[in-house]
Design a protein around this ligand. Structure first.
Ligand code: ADP
Ligand code: MG
Length: 409
């Protein structure tokens, strides 16, 4: 299925293609037709499944430029509001729309100016309600309201603000309600604020109740010792240790093996079929510990994981969610532990705020300091100063090959 077959405008498709978005995701396929028709939609699917464009594309198609504020998108956090605005601005590159991004903690006057000319407003409930009460947002022409991450908004205590805002809008507006988990709260919002909605369920997110999340403050030089200590202490039945780089994966694996810990690894330099074999083996209980670079683990079916360790903190909030989502699947309990160095704190705070996560600090404890060999097993040097792995794989390289190569330098 393509965006064309979903009756998306050529201008939008062009902007999407420029971002390498060519095929709709499942939630987009199912949502776009109903939302374009003006139907209410309740869409539940896990983080990263493309919900923003599932509501964003139909909104852009149905909104006119300079005819007043027609769409209000509400989300739980400032970071999310900014992210939604940025994404929709990119997609509306060839069909211009005015956006106002509204959140608290910053001056209100520039927002008032933006709201006067906005076609679409994206914001957090608190500050939007503030504008409603000051009379600086005109909701009388609203045709569509989106509640994004509605489950989070309820959890974070914004429900009353959201309801007050909804009550100030025309009755016949369209409501698009999105979330990552099936919850009673979403059920209530659906009952009270949508009419005859189309309910769409993709793959849902694990409920955070089953997932315990922790972090531990540690210096880089002690990370490895702590990791080994935690692996033993937690008696992790099946653990994935995520590292940001392939080299870290290799170094951590080498050191774990020196400690007598049986472990396997996957990283981006491995062929896909080799990766699949490793996963198959891991799923069959071949080893209890898998060290992985996040990129390599994407899309692979890794089962029954009891513990996720972030040896390195991912830079991207969504990546954090993907990683910890590897455990606590199918109603099982799981634990995610992130090893944080002092440099990581700003990014970690951003991740917590972005998703309103509840991550507890682990108490300090004493653990034995282990030897950690931070060197890579480097391939030996060529005479001409270049590194080459293939030299060792292909011992039969002829002399003429050597000559040909040397000429190039
Ligand atoms: P969700 O809201 O479900 O957590 P997002 O809407 O934030 O997910 O999308 C996650 C990522 O996927 C974003 O980086 C987005 O640009 C990308 N994305 C969305 N739709 C598509 C698509 N059809 N094809 C490829 N990438 C997509
Ligand atoms: Mg989203």
């Amino acid at each position: 299925m393509t965006f064309e077959s979903l009756n998306v405008k050529t201008e939008t498709i062009r902007a999407l293609e420029e971002q390498n978005i060519t095929k709709p995701t499942d939630i987009q396929k199912m949502t776009i037709p109903f939302a374009l028709e003006g139907r209410d939609v309740v869409g539940i699917s896990k983080t990263g499944s493309g919900k923003t464009l599932a509501f964003g594309i139909p909104i852009l198609e149905n909104t006119k430029h300079k005819e007043g504020l027609q769409v209000l998108i509400l989300g739980p956090t400032r970071e999310l509001a900014v992210q939604i605005s940025n994404e929709l601005k990119k997609v509306s590159k060839y069909c211009k729309k005015n956006f106002a991004t509204i959140f608290g903690g910053v001056a209100i006057n520039p927002q008032i100016d933006k709201l006067r000319i906005a076609d679409i407003a994206v914001g957090t409930p608190g500050r939007i309600l503030d504008h409603v009460e000051r009379g600086t947002i005109n909701l009388s022409k609203i045709k569509c309201v989106v509640l994004d991450e509605a489950d989070k908004m309820v959890e974070m205590g914004f429900i009353e603000d959201v309801c007050k805002i909804l009550n100030k809008m025309p009755r016949d507006r369209q409501v698009l309600l999105f979330g990552a988990t099936v919850s009673d709260e979403i059920g209530r919002l659906k009952k009270n604020y949508t009419s005859n909605p189309e309910v769409i369920k993709g793959e849902v997110q694990v409920k955070e109740d089953f997932l315990e999340q922790y972090y531990y403050d540690i210096s880089s030089s002690e990370k490895f010792s702590l990791l080994v200590h935690l692996l033993k202490k937690e008696s992790a039945e099946k653990a994935i240790i995520f590292c940001s780089k392939r080299t870290t994966v290799e170094i951590v694996v080498k050191n774990l093996r020196k400690q007598g810990i049986e472990t396997d690894m996957i990283h981006g330099k491995m062929q896909q079929n080799k990766r699949l074999k490793v996963i198959e083996n891991f799923n069959k209980n071949g080893s209890e510990v898998l060290v992985a670079s996040a990129v390599a683990a994407r899309g692979l079916d890794i089962r029954d994981v009891t513990h996720v360790f972030n040896y390195d903190l991912p830079q991207d909030p969504q990546e954090y969610i993907h990683r910890v989502g590897r455990t606590a699947r199918a109603g099982e309990c799981g634990k995610a532990i992130t090893l944080l160095t002092s440099d990581d704190h700003p990014i970690f705070t951003n991740i917590i705020n972005r998703y309103g996560l509840d991550i507890n600090v682990l108490p300090k404890e004493s653990f034995p300091r282990l030897r950690f060999d931070a060197r890579m097993n480097r391939p030996r040097r060529f005479g001409n100063g270049r590194f080459s792995k293939s030299r060792f794989k292909n011992k039969k390289r002829s002399n003429s090959d050597h000559r040909k190569r040397s000429k190039n330098f």
